[in-house]
Each structure stands twice: as structure tokens, then as C-alpha cells.
Design a binder for this molecule. Structure first.
Ligand code: MG
Ligand code: MG
Length: 276
């Protein structure tokens, strides 16, 4: 028996429903994010959409797996120097803000997990660049996934992508991608740096969340008194992108991407293999 939860094709199809819903709600939040909107209003929209779909939040009440205060929202919204795990509140988005939204739902017992960094209208080029480099690194990491490859191959691809384009960006190491399925966070961890051909072998039926987290300056972070919100130690900007990816012998299916990842996978020479 594998140490990892391997999914049958039928289970991957069920996970696509959870992933697609996750991706669709996240895009609706991106459309709503604008100057004058509060992060709590975005969270409220996500709650309504979860309820309408008959799904459940993967985040609400989550204790981090080790007894943190139960997370009080269905989204993590992290603005500017906030890196991850920001708690939605009355903060009003401003023109030019860099807003990372991390979001996940479970549907029929299967989880989806996805994040994107949004540049609110008027953001300076440096913020657009940080988000875009992180998005590209996520896709380069996803394209390195395949049966017979290793978890280290993924981290190496993410790291190489960032270093090739923006050598001075930081890669946050305290947080990693992860296996996902009947729970949001499962083995294996998927670090955003690594050595080729090292780490656990990637197996047919694995589903992985790939999620680079980068900083404009130092990758050092600190956690606020709420025990959740992570900020950069130097006050610089951070970005975070994430998709949930199913692996089969035939190729990849990006469950949280509306197009299943087809465009970005084909652009990188990776095999796009939807099961439905
Ligand atoms: Mg996430
Ligand atoms: Mg995740």
C-alpha cells in the first residue's frame, strides 16, 4: 500500500468538480476585488457561493493541524506585505494593492485548493512583475509533474523559474505545497525548492497542490498576534499562486483551472490529460 492517497479515475473526476468550483469562486472574487471593497465583503461573497453550490469550506474552523485558533473565514486574504493566511476583516482595498486570495472547498468529500495574487487597478509594475513571476513559477512547477518523476523535480522547477527571471526574489520556505484529496493537507509535502530526482516518486493517481510563495525582498517572515497572518519581516511585498493538479500515466489535469490547465501545459510541452 502506498503512503500516499492515490485516486482512481472516478475519484479524480469527483475531485474535478470540487476543483472547478474552487476555481470558479476564486475568479468571481478576483472580479469583485476593487478599490473600496473590504476583504470581509470578498469573504462573504465566497460564503454565499459555497452555500449556493452545496459545498463546504475547507478553511473555516481549520486549526492548522496542530491546534491553532480555528480559522474564522472561508478565504485567506493577504494584502501587500501579508504573505499568507490573512484573515478577512474591514480592511478596504486601495488602488494598487497586491491581494493574494487563497481558497478551497470540499464537495462530496473531496477538496480543491487554489490561490491567486490580484493586482488592484493602478498597481505599480513591480507588483505586476512579482505576481506574474510567481504565476509562471507555479506553472513551471506543474509542468514538471509526471509519473516517474519526483517531488524534488517540482521544487527544482519552481526555484529555477524564479531564479531565471528574477534572481533577487525570495522564495518562502516555511510553507509548501501538499498532497490533497479526502483532506486538504495530505502527504507528501511539495517544497518550492529542491533537487532533481530527489524526494518521493510521483505516482499514478496522486493529486498535488503546487503553490509557490515569493517575496520582493527577503523571504524571512513573521507571524502576527492573531497566530495566522504571516507577513514579510522586511515589510516588502509577497505573492502566492496555487493550483490542484491530478497526475495519471496519461498526463496532467489541473483540477482548479477552468480549462484544466490545457493552455499553460501545452505551452510548456507537458501532457494535458483530462479524464472527463
Ligand atoms: Mg491554498
Ligand atoms: Mg494549499
Amino acid at each position: 500500500m502506498s503512503a500516499f492517497e492515490l485516486k482512481s479515475p472516478e475519484q479524480i473526476v469527483a475531485m474535478r468538480a470540487a476543483g472547478l468550483l474552487t476555481g470558479q469562486i476564486l475568479l468571481a472574487l478576483e472580479e469583485r476585488a476593487a478599490p473600496g471593497v473590504t476583504t470581509l465583503e470578498l469573504d462573504q461573497l465566497a460564503r454565499e457561493m459555497i452555500d449556493q453550490a452545496g459545498a463546504e469550506s475547507s478553511f473555516l474552523g481549520y486549526d492548522g493541524g496542530y491546534g491553532l485558533p480555528p480559522f474564522p473565514a472561508v478565504t485567506c486574504i493577504s494584502v501587500n506585505e501579508q504573505v499568507v493566511h490573512g484573515i478577512p476583516d474591514g480592511r478596504v482595498l486601495q488602488a494598487g494593492d497586491l491581494v493574494s486570495i487563497d481558497f478551497g472547498v470540499s464537495l462530496n468529500g473531496w477538496h480543491g485548493d487554489s490561490a491567486r495574487t490580484i493586482c488592484v487597478a493602478g498597481a505599480p509594475q513591480a507588483r505586476l512583475d512579482l505576481s506574474e513571476a510567481t504565476r509562471q513559477a507555479m506553472w513551471d512547477g506543474i509542468a514538471a509533474v509526471g509519473v516517474g518523476r519526483t517531488i524534488g523535480d517540482i521544487g527544482h522547477a519552481v526555484q529555477t523559474s524564479i531564479r531565471a527571471h528574477r534572481p533577487r526574489y525570495g522564495i518562502v520556505r516555511e510553507f509548501t505545497g501538499h498532497g490533497i484529496g479526502s483532506q486538504m493537507h495530505m502527504a507528501p509535502d511539495v517544497p518550492n525548492a529542491g533537487w532533481p530526482r530527489r524526494g518521493p516518486r510521483i505516482l499514478d493517481g496522486m493529486v498535488l497542490a503546487i503553490e509557490p510563495i515569493t517575496t520582493a525582498g527577503s523571504p524571512k517572515t513573521a507571524t502576527m498576534d492573531d497566530e495566522w497572518t504571516v507577513v514579510t519581516a522586511d515589510g516588502g511585498d509577497a505573492a502566492h499562486w496555487e493550483h490542484t493538479v491530478a497526475v495519471t500515466k496519461r498526463g496532467l489535469w489541473v483540477l482548479t483551472a477552468p480549462d484544466g490547465g490545457e493552455a499553460e501545459l501545452l505551452a510548456r510541452g507537458a501532457k494535458f490529460a483530462p479524464l472527463a
